[in-house]
Design a binder for this molecule. Structure first.
Ligand code: NAP
Length: 246
């Protein structure tokens, strides 16, 4: 069963999804498009953009704005958001499923390249997008940060992922405290997600479509920003039902 919203309830919204080309991001892109939003998906390479457009097929309507743009620096993210606001008139919502998994070494064997790639680059990208987008976002929208349970659960050999995800978890808390009620920021904390890139099929897992549906429902609702836990498919369905009741 598809978890994408059937109502075109976001048809006036402009949504930025950096990381939208990824396994989790695909679910968010599909959900917002299905809900009628204009969706801006930046990607760092033309090849990935072409692959993603082909993957979406008929879902890649004229409301999908797939742009090749490096958004991983402060200047790059600024330019991306400014261009999106110029072209579309506003950025209302942001979903940030940026970066994937890293595995390989215990912390004491980490070299500078590992640290740069799995921690600094990803944390910098999230910071760059937050500082560029949040001040320009309209009040009705939502900013949604996507992390995994590894923010709390140490996985031997993947410590840099946990450290970076924990930083994002705290980013959500700080933003919530700083914004008070001015804007809505959500943290989606995911268990293992079934995406197009997942090899094993586990029917209990939360799916990328469910993650997208929850993000879109959070945008469409008026509930305050919050930490939403989606450890598996059942929990995701419950969260979705609660958001849609709003
Ligand atoms: N997959 C899971 O099972 C799972 C479980 C729990 C949590 N999560 C979380 O969900 C988020 C997305 O995960 P995913 O599995 O969808 O990852 P993914 O398939 O690797 O996609 C990540 C996307 O992030 C973008 N990106 C921007 N800067 C990047 C960088 N420095 N390094 C790598 N990618 C970068 C890439 O887009 P471009 O190359 O097009 O620019 C890429 O499409 C992450 O925060 C992850 O921790 C995933």
């Amino acid at each position: 069963m598809s978890e994408t919203p059937s109502r075109r309830d976001l048809s006036d919204r402009h949504v930025l999804i950096p990381g939208g080309t990824g396994g989790v991001g695909e679910g968010a892109v599909r959900a917002y498009l299905a809900a009628g939003a204009d969706v801006v998906v930046p990607t760092r390479t033309q090849e990935r953009g072409d692959e993603f457009r082909a993957l979406l097929g008929a879902a890649a309507t004229e409301r999908l704005h797939l742009v090749v743009h490096d958004y991983t620096s402060f200047a790059g993210a600024e330019a991306l958001v400014a261009t999106a606001v110029d072209r579309l008139g506003s950025v209302d919502d942001v979903v940030a499923p940026i970066g994937g998994w890293w595995w390989g070494k215990p912390l004491w064997e980490i070299d500078e390249a590992d640290w740069q790639g799995a921690f600094v680059d990803l944390a910098t990208t999230h910071m760059a997008v937050v500082r560029a987008a949040l001040p320009r976002m309209t009040r009705q929208g939502a900013y949604t940060i996507v992390v995994g349970e590894s923010a709390h659960v140490p996985v031997p050999g993947s410590g840099l992922v946990s450290m970076e995800q924990t930083a994002l978890h705290m980013m959500h808390q700080v933003l919530t405290a700083e914004l008070a009620d001015a804007k809505r920021v959500f943290l989606l904390e995911l268990g293992p997600v079934r995406t197009r890139l997942t090899e094993a099929h586990d029917p209990q897992q939360v799916t990328a479509d469910q993650v997208g549906a929850v993000a879109a429902a959070a945008s469409a609702s008026t509930v305050a920003g919050q930490h939403l836990r989606l450890p598996d498919g059942r929990a995701a369905a419950e969260v979705l039902a609660r958001l849609r009741e709003d």
